[in-house]
Design a protein around this ligand. Structure first.
Ligand SMILES: Cc1cc2nc3c(=O)[nH]c(=O)nc-3n(C[C@H](O)[C@H](O)[C@H](O)COP(=O)(O)OP(=O)(O)OC[C@H]3O[C@@H](n4cnc5c(N)ncnc54)[C@H](O)[C@@H]3O)c2cc1C
Length: 446
């Protein structure tokens, strides 16, 4: 039976599907840019399937929202179409982000590593500033309204929501997010809208996510946090290394250095499918990143001399976390651990130092998109203009934020991408609006 559509009631100059980070930013920027260029206000509508705008934004940065980074540079961004994000990041950089947020009343602060947060250290300050800015600009928000279909017709776009209500607009932006942490609303359905408009979607895989490993070692030390440097190796070559607080879990490893590496792990594993034994990727953990292997060995020799009568099982106690000490000792010493420390040979000490400088653990995968902070993959950016974010396939259709195949490193770079890409969309639409008005005025003069 053919479904009956409800009457076409509303027409907007500009419609944004998705009231997350990039959608909200785009609406505010567009309203301001149009005001600068044209005396006639335009009607903007945001459609958000959740009850409220910005659900994911509230979760960012552990509830503190790391909204950009002082060390922003184009090489922080990845995707199949290399360089696609450069123009956006250069046109609207971290300083522009600070100006934008300051203009809507948000005060920010940087930490020592360059990450920018709201001064309140609460993501709700960022969201509320954006929500009030949307209200001030009289932007229409359709909450709890999911757009399920988008169709280009001769007279513009026709959108249909899940209650079969229709809307019309000349310009539509897909700001639906990717497929990471789908419980926040960005559940990958933006890809379907783009697919129907003729776009190619590069299979989404998890980014900024925990890494799964062989579990024997990690289970034994699950819950232990250590400062360490994590080196990711594949096919015998080092792909990337990151330093910071590492957390062992029942399934593998987590913590900031792991999240930062995880994009490379995800990409390699998805490229290789079933990895053969020869190429099994691994992490090598350095528990003493500030010391050379020789320095660590010397430290162990000093300990052996200082505590010759302690039992071997107590040898590392006081140097590393107790559970880690016990596990590393069991792995290295193959004799009764009740024997005195003085019986540890030089060879065994070398084994200890090697294990503590390069503890090798086989990587088996990453946690799924459900647990991921971002999506790698998405709408193929070859099909979008990097200067405007407009579709090359469907004129009038734009995309911004994570729905596009651009992913940033951990550290505020993904939100920066949301702001920068939104800015290009808003700038292009504002130009079109003022151009249309000038030609209309020209027509009238004739
Ligand atoms: C736990 C967590 C922590 C993070 N921390 C940081 C951080 O500190 N710094 C950083 O830079 N990045 C962080 N990120 C990543 C960042 O939040 C995202 O990259 C960013 O929010 C993407 O913005 P977006 O507008 O593309 O998508 P989203 O913010 O996900 O918004 C998309 C919106 O579209 C709505 N939507 C989808 N489909 C439809 C539809 N058909 N109709 C109507 N509405 C629809 C969704 O409900 C959603 O609200 C974090 C992510 C997570 C999950």
């Amino acid at each position: 039976m053919k479904e009956v559509l409800r009457e076409e009631t509303s027409k907007y100059d500009f419609v944004i599907i998705g009231g997350g980070s990039s959608g909200m930013a785009c609406a505010i920027m567009l309203s301001d840019l149009v005001k600068e260029k044209s005396p006639t206000p335009i009607s903007i509508a945001i459609f958000e399937q959740n009850k409220r705008l910005g659900k994911k934004l509230l979760l960012t940065g552990n509830g503190r929202c790391n909204l950009t980074n002082r060390t922003l540079s184009p090489n922080r961004y990845h995707g199949h179409n290399k360089g696609f994000s450069d123009f956006a990041i250069e046109s609207f950089d971290n300083k522009a982000t600070l100006r934008f947020f300051s203009s809507i009343g948000l005060t920010t602060i940087d930490d020592e590593s360059g990450k920018t947060f709201p001064f309140s250290m609460h993501s709700s300050s960022v969201l509320d500033s954006m929500r009030f800015a949307i209200e001030d600009r009289l932007i229409t928000v359709f909450a709890e309204t999911k757009i399920v279909s988008l169709e280009k017709r001769a007279d513009g776009f026709r959108l249909v929501d899940s209650t079969r209500r229709c809307y019309r607009s000349d310009h539509v932006v897909i700001a639906c997010g990717g497929a990471a942490s789908p419980f926040t609303g960005s559940d990958g359905n933006g890809y379907d809208l783009l697919r129907k408009a003729g776009h190619r979607i590069i299979s989404p895989i998890p980014g900024i996510v925990q890494i799964k490993t062989e579990t024997e070692f990690v289970k034994a030390v699950s819950g232990v946090k250590v400062y360490a440097k994590v080196h990711f190796f594949h096919d015998g070559s080092e792909i990337r290394s990151e330093e910071g607080e590492l957390l062992f879990t029942d399934y593998g490893i987590s913590g900031p250095p792991v999240l930062q590496l995880s994009g490379d792990v995800s990409r390699i594993l998805s490229r290789e499918g079933n990895i053969s034994d020869r190429t099994l990727p691994e992490v090598r953990i350095d528990f003493f990143p500030g010391q050379s292997a020789e320095q660590v060995l010397n430290q162990l020799k000093v300990r052996r001399n200082a505590f010759p009568n302690r039992r071997i099982e107590q040898f590392l106690v006081g140097l590393v976390h107790n559970r880690l000490a016990v596990r590393l000792t069991k792995e290295t010493i193959h004799k009764p651990l009740s024997l005195p420390v003085s019986t540890i040979s030089d060879e065994e000490l070398t084994g200890f130092s090697q294990n503590m400088k390069q503890k090798r653990i086989i990587v088996t995968g990453t946690m799924p998109l459900q647990n991921a902070q971002i999506t790698i993959g998405g709408a193929d950016t070859n099909e979008f203009d990097p200067n405007t974010m407009q579709s090359r396939i469907c004129p009038g259709l734009y995309a911004c934020g994570e729905v596009l195949d651009v992913d940033g490193d951990c550290g505020g770079y993904n939100l920066q991408w949301a702001w920068s890409s939104a800015f290009l969309v808003a700038t292009d639409i504002a130009k079109r609006v003022s151009k249309n008005e000038s030609s209309e005025r020209e027509e009238k003069r004739k």
